[in-house]
Design a protein around this ligand. Structure first.
Ligand code: HEC
Length: 146
């Protein structure tokens, strides 16, 4: 009986953590639309001369490359938005192309949800993105603003 109780408590705890995490990602998606998608969305597609910022899927690619686990990814994205500093950029080509990201004021708690969404949510991807990455084979990505 005791074992059963322990098991149930454990199962419930794990399940509620999972629900919490997926709620955060969902809310992060809504917050992303409010605070980030005007610049990082699909507007302008893959034509960098028509865009004001790299597509968010390109940002995810660069950040996952350096921060593969969720905790460090969320910390890095949160820290970037709080203090944009060219010395810690992972996208120097994007800074050359678009200039450094302007300040965007978002509460830390909300930023963490946005970052969780960018890490694991169904994020914006302009048509042609995959083909572009395929073509570049990673060669010039740092130079074309992505
Ligand atoms: C007003 C336009 C604008 C908005 C709004 C905006 N960004 Fe950006 N962001 C940029 C530009 C331009 C760059 C590319 C230059 C750079 O890296 O600083 C960028 C780059 C980034 C990078 C990569 C930074 C690097 O150089 O390593 C991250 C991460 C990022 N944005 C996250 C966000 C998040 C999260 C939000 C929403 C809370 C957001 N941005 C909102 C314009 C914007």
């Amino acid at each position: 009986m005791k074992i059963m109780q322990t098991f149930l408590v454990l199962a419930f705890t794990i399940a509620s953590h999972a629900v919490q995490a997926s709620n955060d990602v969902e809310e992060g998606g809504r917050l992303y639309k409010t605070y980030c998608s005007a610049c990082h969305g699909t507007e302008g597609g893959m034509d960098m001369s028509k865009r004001v910022a790299p597509p968010i899927v390109a940002v995810r690619m660069h950040y996952i490359g350096s921060y593969p686990d969720k905790t460090s990814f969320v910390a890095a994205v949160t820290s970037w938005v709080e203090v944009r500093d060219a010395s810690k950029t992972l996208m120097p080509g994007a800074i050359r192309k678009f200039n450094i990201m302007p300040p965007v004021s978002v509460a830390r708690e909300d930023l963490q949800k946005i970052a969780a969404y960018i890490y694991q949510g169904e994020i914006d991807k302009p048509a042609g993105f995959d083909e572009h990455v395929e073509q570049q084979h990673g060669n010039n990505r740092m130079n074309d603003g992505m």
